[in-house]
Design a protein around this ligand. Structure first.
Ligand SMILES: [Zn+2]
Length: 208
């Protein structure tokens, strides 16, 4: 359940010299600024309005716009800019932007790491291949001879989303025949292009 709503932030007040309250005729007229914002789980996401009101601090009247003379109205308009919306009312948007940027950054780093490791495969490293039916199969490096790499492929495929290393290790423990004993080979440049086309989805660096 997402709890969301709106909130109001008092932006402070400022006395308007020379303005007179239409009700009690006191000269204690101030303008107050109010920012309204949208919040999710009590975290301000973004402000959606900024309003200023003229109030009499003597009788607490919120003075109607129609009752303000033009000169005072001009003064109020000039002061409106000085009511700044605090930066933290954008907290939610900033948090979301940071999460997205962090996600882009880590996925970029992960891609780079795979590309690097792919050029330096060792026995026991595991390649994760994405199949056409959205399942994943595994190829374990057995031996390497110059630019030819020999693999055993898994008898089992992973389905239901993309696997990670921990899931792989858990799954592998369950089956004594997880890998087929038959050996296949790839050339290094074939592996590089399979990674570029997305057929190689991940690489587990399990060589020690
Ligand atoms: Zn008043």
């Amino acid at each position: 359940m997402i709890i969301y709503g709106t909130g109001a932030k008092d932006l402070g007040s400022k006395k308007i010299p020379g303005a007179i309250c239409p009700s009690c005729e006191s000269q204690n007229v101030s303008i107050v600024g109010i920012a309204k914002y949208f919040d999710v789980f009590w975290i301000p996401m973004f402000p959606y309005s900024k309003k200023i009101h003229a109030v009499c601090t003597n009788c607490d009247l919120v003075i109607d716009k129609a009752d303000i003379d033009q000169r005072t109205a001009n003064k109020i308009n000039l002061e409106k800019k000085s009511f700044k919306i605090p930066f933290y009312l954008f907290s939610g948007l900033i948090i979301i932007a940071c999460i997205i940027l962090y996600g882009i950054y880590t996925s970029f780093e992960h891609d780079k790491e795979i590309a690097d490791n792919l050029k330096n495969l060792q026995p026991n490293d595991v390649l994760v291949f994405e199949n056409d039916d959205n399942t994943y199969s595994y190829g374990k490096v057995i031996t390497i001879s110059a630019d030819t790499l020999f693999f055993n492929f898994s008898n089992y495929v992973f389905e239901g989303g993309s696997p990670d290393e921990d899931l792989y290790l858990t799954d592998k423990e369950k089956y004594s025949d997880f890998y087929n004993a038959e050996t296949y080979y790839y050339f290094q440049n074939t592996l590089d292009s399979l990674y570029n086309t997305g057929d190689i989805f991940d690489l587990y660096k399990l060589s020690k």
